[in-house]
Design a protein around this ligand. Structure first.
Ligand code: BG6
Length: 523
């Protein structure tokens, strides 16, 4: 079947002859397997996971023999599930509607188990289905479990897998891996408890903690920029770098997830995981090889060098905010406290920023400013490395400003790298002005990056854990934010909401940098 069905042009359009694209396509995954989605009726499955699976199939990346099993509470037949998934793909897939003959082949590999996470019988039913798939679809006993349920049942599901003989230790043949969605815990203690539950059944090398930021192409490019070039590394340190700003700004509000978000907030939802992962990649030492553990060793080392923030200085090195009503992209939007399922007196932050230091030889005393917020002026994620000023000024007429050089890794929506440096303005006088040199991955390589989930699910099927977070790093990241969470939970908030939807964020965030004689880059 595989060869005859249509396949997705991974450039997202007509094939080009750009020689830089040579060798870029991922190859088919060799190992047959079943992918089991827990939480199959949820939003993530519909919006992201199933379209990702379908596009992996369309791109001819899924193994020839694969099966997909959805597991969730709601009652429905295999047929209902297939219909639902078709609708989801039609609506959310980047390749448009699901079409035959590919869809019919894909659909017959989809099965559904309606079950309660408390009921071991449902897990026996799952086992029966997986064994049937092994027989009929040739999946050879290989299983990739995907936990996309509310985190409160992660531990329970893992227990039930073991109870039903579906744990890796009970396996007669094949491999088992488990992808765990974020958030991995809601604080340090709960993360440790969850880790203890999961590791009773799965070994660390079988646990894939997903952070979808790591699946974004420009995030992976951070390593390429740093370690496939010689010219950045010599200046990538405290001698030349003045400060690093990492921004993950969104225009969306809580998007119907008020119930979850109101118990989380920006620090737990974004900074502890996505933003810290960016920090680790930008600050780590060069790994000795691209091996998953060599890279993750370096990420762990840098996270463990983060200077602990004493609780009594939390207010000096952090700021938080909550949006009120405002205008986003020209349209009026409600304030956070008016969002569905949000407490009308909520003290949850929708904006957080923190100044961290990394206590090692490379970074001693260089501030890393991290910020993330919802309902800001623009969707924009970037890492900006600002270098120190020149040591001695010889050029520039009085009044010319000689800017610091800045290297910006643009994560989204633009994907690229830009370098800001000074140049002489043409003319008889020695006027100096900052100019920008821009590289854009899309135009440079003639490709549209695949969504992160496609890359990550494919990697987990291949057994490549490089882009998944290892437990030691998750633990360190929790450790770094705990003093802030503790302090914030003890301090009464009187000024929320303190920024307008559609703005640059709260003023107290500006004050944090002004106190250091710096300012945030504009969102
Ligand atoms: C998720 C957060 O992990 O990342 C959401 O829970 C956030 O609140 C989302 O909106 C942002 O992802 P992206 O890919 O749109 O930047």
């Amino acid at each position: 079947m595989a060869a005859e069905v249509e396949s997705l042009d991974r450039s997202g359009g007509a094939a080009t002859t750009n020689p830089l694209r040579a060798g870029m396509d991922s190859s088919r995954i060799a190992n047959p397997c079943n992918v089991i989605f827990f939480g199959a009726s949820g939003d993530l499955t519909k919006r992201m996971l199933m379209p990702a699976m379908y596009n992996l199939r369309l791109g001819d990346i899924l193994p020839t023999n694969f099966g997909i099993v959805g597991f969730s509470r709601s009652e429905k037949s295999h047929y209902d599930f297939r219909d639902e998934m078709k609708e989801a793909i039609d609506q959310f897939s980047r390749s448009g509607e699901a079409r035959d003959p590919l869809w019919s082949d894909f659909a017959q590999r989809l099965h559904y188990i309606a079950g309660s996470f408390d009921d071991v019988d449902s897990f026996h039913e799952l086992r029966r289905q997986l064994e049937e798939n092994d027989e009929k679809l040739g999946t050879e006993g290989n299983r990739l479990y995907y936990l996309s349920t509310p985190p409160s049942v992660f531990g329970k599901i893992v227990q039930q897998l073991a109870a039903a003989g579906l744990g890796p230790r009970d396996q007669q043949r094949g491999w088992s891996r488990i992808i765990v969605e974020k958030p991995f815990g809601t604080d340090l203690v709960s993360a440790r408890n969850l880790q203890a539950e999961i590791s009773k059944v799965f070994e660390e090398k079988q646990i894939y903690r997903i952070d979808h930021y790591l699946g974004k192409e420009p995030v992976q490019d951070i390593m390429a920029l740093r370690f496939a070039n010689v010219m950045f590394e010599p200046i990538w340190n405290r001698r030349y770098v003045d400060n690093v700003q990492i921004t993950a700004a969104e225009t969306v509000g809580v998007e119907g997830r008020g119930g979850y978000y109101d118990n989380a907030g920006a620090l737990k939802d974004m900074i502890q995981n996505h933003v810290m992962n960016l920090l680790a990649l930008v600050a780590m030492e060069p790994p000795i090889s691209p091996n998953a553990d060599h890279i993750r060793d370096e990420k762990f080392k840098v996270l463990s060098a983060m200077r602990p923030i004493p609780e009594d200085i939390v207010s000096k090195v952090t700021a938080r905010g909550q949006y009120g009503p405002g205008l986003v992209e020209g349209k009026p939007v409600a304030g956070y406290r008016e969002e569905p399922s949000v407490d009308p007196n909520s003290a949850t932050e929708t904006y957080a920023c923190v100044k961290f230091y990394i206590d090692n030889w490379r970074w001693a005393d260089v501030p890393f400013y991290l910020r993330s917020g919802k309902r800001l002026a623009r969707k924009h994620s970037e890492i900006a490395v600002t270098f120190r000023g020149i040591p001695h000024r010889i050029f520039g007429e009085t009044g010319d400003q000689i800017e610091s050089n800045t290297l910006v890794m643009k994560i989204q929506p633009e994907e690229g790298v830009s370098i800001r440096f000074n140049a002489k303005i043409p003319g008889p006088k020695m006027h100096i002005r900052g100019v920008t040199m821009d590289f854009n991955y899309g135009t440079g390589f003639g490709v549209v990056s695949a969504p992160a989930y496609e890359r990550l699910i494919g990697d987990a099927m291949r057994g490549d854990a490089t882009l998944f977070t290892r437990w030691d790093a998750v633990e360190q990241a929790w450790q770094a934010v705990m003093p802030i969470l503790n302090r914030w939970s003890e301090t009464r908030i009187v000024d929320f909401p303190n920024y307008l939807a559609g703005s640059q964020g709260p003023q107290n965030a500006d004050a944090l940098l002004v106190a250091d004689g710096r300012e945030w880059r504009r969102i």
